[in-house]
Design a protein around this ligand. Structure first.
Ligand SMILES: Nc1ncnc2c1ncn2[C@@H]1O[C@H](COP(=O)(O)OP(=O)(O)OP(=O)(O)O)[C@@H](O)[C@H]1O
Ligand SMILES: [Mg+2]
Length: 386
């Protein structure tokens, strides 16, 4: 659209907010519903192509099927002077891309990516593979909630659609985040998204991409054949289990990765939960919470710990979580005593001390009473003799 244009359909353009490979994104106001929206308009040179029109329509339809708190909602789509557009949630918090560029604490990275993994788990269950997971497609709401956008490259898994789309031969994706099977141009499944999300996790935690080069082709060759530098080689202080999660997600062979997004999501959640300080603070100081809410927080924390322990016992071949019989007892005990280690030690030492004092009191009291009774008996006996 040119600089003088103010409206796209009923949407009043406020400003341009970004530009991607195939579209320009505007912040706009829906004049009918009186709310802010984002409009993604296909650039005119590309919009003329039938291929892009189809791609765009598919994006709209695939998105319209999805209803999840961490997936950008689509409200409308249409065509303006031959250019198709998508109307969606306006997210004012920027993108994950802007938060990256330096190593971030793995708990924070997991905090951003666990909800995205859950959103993908949901999309996968709906038969939709995203195919273009990357930091610029993780948008943030004003209160910092991560939202997955751009299912524009997603395609329906139904075999008919799959065959049809494969025939169109569209190479979709961003080389730095593409799975080896995407690079080879092979058929892909949900495990390709697991790989791409693993690359994003690597980049968040380590501060740089595992595979980069001067040309997209070189990146794809590395992606398909070169082993990644293990995160702990670059960040020795990173816990081993975090490295294991990252490397598991970005295995070259899909069969060696997490076998479904739910297991990857649980692994990510295990890195953020439990939230020891937060939980204790809430329990001790936040008097506005009802007993019910506090119990719910505790239950969530226990569930988080259980999922971590279940992940640790995961069967390598199947990607299936096996329950540890002791897990619930240990997690129950831990949550009963509080999640902070030093608090737990203090509580235990304090309790032992209190027990010793109580025992001494009881023994002292018993001795005193016995002595008193004996003395009284002596006194009475002496009295009766007199
Ligand atoms: N719903 C939205 N709300 C707010 N900003 C958005 C929204 N969607 C996209 N943006 C912004 O617009 C930019 C361009 O988005 P777009 O999806 O067109 O490209 P991209 O994801 O950056 O790259 P590519 O086209 O290669 O996928 C994003 O980087 C983001 O900053
Ligand atoms: Mg995008």
């Amino acid at each position: 659209m040119n600089a003088m244009e103010k409206y796209i359909g009923r949407y009043e353009i406020i400003q341009q907010i970004g530009e991607g490979g195939m579209a320009t994104v505007y912040r706009a106001r829906d004049t009918r519903l009186e709310r802010e929206v984002a409009i993604k308009v296909i650039r005119s040179d590309q919009a003329l192509s039938e291929k892009f029109l189809l791609r765009f329509e598919r994006e709209a339809k695939a998105l319209a099927k999805l209803n999840h708190p961490n997936i950008v909602r689509i409200y409308d789509y249409g065509e303006h002077e031959g250019r198709p557009y998508l109307v969606m949630d306006y997210l004012s918090g920027g993108t994950l891309r802007q938060k990256m560029g330096h190593p971030m604490p793995y708990t924070q990275a997991a905090g951003w990516l666990a909800p995205i993994a859950r959103a993908l788990e949901y999309a996968h269950r709906m038969g939709i593979v995203h195919r273009d997971i990357k930091p610029s497609n993780v948008l943030l709401s004003d209160d910092g909630r991560p939202m997955l956008g751009d299912f524009g490259v997603a395609k329906l898994l139904e075999s008919e659609e799959l065959i049809k789309l494969t025939k169109t031969g569209m190479g979709i994706g961003t080389p730095e985040y593409m799975s080896p099977e995407q690079c080879y141009g092979e058929n892909i499944d949900h495990r390709s998204d697991i790989y791409s999300l693993g690359i994003v996790l690597y980049e968040c935690v380590v501060g740089c991409k595992p595979f980069s080069a001067d040309s997209p082709m070189e990146v794809m060759v590395k992606q398909a054949s070169e082993p990644p530098v293990p995160p702990r080689t670059l960040l020795p202080e990173l816990p081993q289990h975090v490295e294991e999660i990252i490397l598991r997600a970005i295995q070259k062979r899909a069969e060696q990765r997490f076998q479904n997004m739910g297991v990857f999501a649980a692994a990510l959640e295990s890195l953020i939960l439990p939230l020891p300080e937060d939980l204790n603070e809430v329990t001790l100081t936040d008097r506005d919470l009802s007993e019910e809410e506090i119990e719910q927080l505790k239950a969530e924390s226990r569930a988080g710990e259980a999922s971590h322990e279940a992940f640790e016992t995961m069967d390598d071949e199947q990607g299936v979580a096996l329950e540890k019989p002791t897990a619930s007892f240990v997690t129950g005990l831990r949550s009963a005593l509080g999640q902070d280690k030093s608090r737990r030690i203090l509580l235990i030492v304090g309790s032992i001390w209190a027990l010793i004092m109580l025992a001494m009191l009881i023994i002292g009291g018993t001795v005193l009473i016995t002595w008193g009774v004996v003395e009284l008996a002596h006194y009475l006996r002496a009295g009766s003799v007199w």
